[in-house]
Ligand binder design. Structure first.
Ligand code: CLF
Ligand code: SF4
Length: 309
């Protein structure tokens, strides 16, 4: 496959969007030493159940297991953003990466973005989602002017997916097994296409799980590329204590890098992901979130917001 590297050509991005993306620390390797991102923990609910997730903590699709973030209202997000921007002028991106799913909390996410956009129109907004609700809110995301969206896609095959997902809660019904996975995969893929067709730069995260989806990753990469994704971020499963996968073997960084090398032939690979927390602030490699965390005035704990798994 090494000879296939020469076949990959990065898609053309309009100059204005390319200039913006050059300041995005996740989409641009060189930006991650210069520009900071801030996550708004405004999305506590999740509508699916991944077997690698411990629901007491942040969404593992973007976060290191075992990390719990504070939660904010949209108004509190705006005031936190103002504090952070005053202290970190190189803050370029405001992202929503949990603690649950951004689209399962769409009204709070949307309101937070609108409030911040009104005071800081140059801020780049970024979302991370499991993709279940993309067919429902994808157009809203486009209309809001968001240009950077991450979707986590772990498989294309319902038999593999039935080992990864416990249930999907969709349109007021719980689904399990292959039926649940079929709905999730269908929505993820059609959502990626919708976004990509409308000029959104889609990054696809994948959790690489030994003996579950590891051999299947190249097929996922090829399919999301076909649908218009810009890059993939293959992340190792970190078995989270308390999750169904807590005793699963870890994949070595050597194995993950070998998979990224293989898939680089098809699509650009993110290799500097920090699997950061849902309230991360600062450079990717220098989290400053502890300096800005505040106690909730109403005393509500994160776990009070989590739906039953
Ligand atoms: Fe945040 Fe994610 Fe946007 Fe980046 S994180 S929502 S794309 S602004 Fe970045 Fe963190 Fe990795 Fe995510 S290093 S976990 S890829
Ligand atoms: Fe957990 Fe939901 Fe994220 Fe899956 S998508 S890791 S269930 S929060």
């Amino acid at each position: 496959m090494g000879s296939e590297c020469s076949r990959y050509a990065a898609p053309l991005i309009p100059a204005e969007l390319a200039a913006i993306t050059a300041k995005h620390p996740c989409y641009s390797f060189s930006a991650h030493h210069q520009f900071a991102r801030m996550h708004l923990p405004v999305a506590p609910l999740c509508n699916i159940s991944c077997n690698y997730c411990n629901r007491k903590y942040d969404c593992v699709n973007e976060s290191r297991p075992g990390v719990t973030s504070e939660l904010l209202t949209p108004e509190a997000s705006l005031s936190k953003f103002s504090r952070v921007k005053a202290e970190i002028p190189h803050l370029s991106v405001v992202g929503i990466a949990g603690p649950g799913d951004a689209l399962a909390n769409w009204e709070a996410v949307r309101k937070s973005i609108l409030l911040i956009k009104a005071v800081s129109p140059d801020t780049i907004f970024c979302l991370s989602t499991n993709g279940l609700l993309l067919p429902h809110y994808g157009q809203d995301v486009i209309d809001l002017g968001i240009k950077h969206v991450t979707v986590t896609v772990n498989c294309l095959d319902s038999a593999i997916g039935a080992k990864i997902y416990r249930h999907v809660h969709y349109q007021d019904k719980y689904y399990v097994g292959e039926k649940a996975v079929d709905i999730l995969i269908h929505n993820q893929l059609s959502g990626i296409k919708l976004l990509a067709d409308n000029g959104i730069l889609v990054k696809v995260n994948m959790v690489m799980i030994k003996a579950v989806n590891e051999k299947h990753i190249p097929a996922v990469v090829k399919e999301v590329k076909r649908l218009g994704a810009l890059m993939t971020n293959i992340m190792p499963l970190i078995p989270a204590p308390g999750s169904a996968f807590q005793h699963f073997p870890q994949i070595s960084s050597k194995e993950v890098n070998a998979m990224r090398d293989l898939c680089q032939a098809d699509i650009s690979q993110m290799r500097h992901c920090q699997q950061c927390r849902a309230d991360a602030i600062g450079l990717l490699t220098d989290d400053q979130s502890h300096k800005f965390r505040s106690a909730r005035p109403d005393g509500i704990k994160n776990t009070d917001y989590r739906p039953g798994a």
